[in-house]
Design a protein around this ligand. Sequence first.
Ligand SMILES: [Zn+2]
Length: 112
Amino acid sequence: MVKKCPQCKNDMGSVKFDIGYGIEVASLHCKKCGFNITDEKAMNAALALLRKQMTKEIKIINVGTGLGIRFPNEIVKNFKLKRGEEMLVKPEIDGLKIMPILKTNDSKESII
Ligand SMILES: [Zn+2]
């Protein structure tokens, strides 16, 4: 059964798109207007798999007189981490969360 596009009523075709790490999500795509329909469950499952793939064990290392962590290269690339960049470390129930500091205009503002 062919599904019709809710926008232009054209026939929709099945496509798969890569969300990273070779993880593909099945989706319906309208060639005429570019409208996409992705099953929410399929998308959430793919995102959960992506997060699992990106979860890496890291080691605490010496940095000068203090301690630091070395980020795996794929994390550096995916999150566009840069040397000297300031991050926010937030305690969570099950660990620490490292987040970018959101910048508005020229002043730095945390998102807490
Ligand atoms: Zn369409």
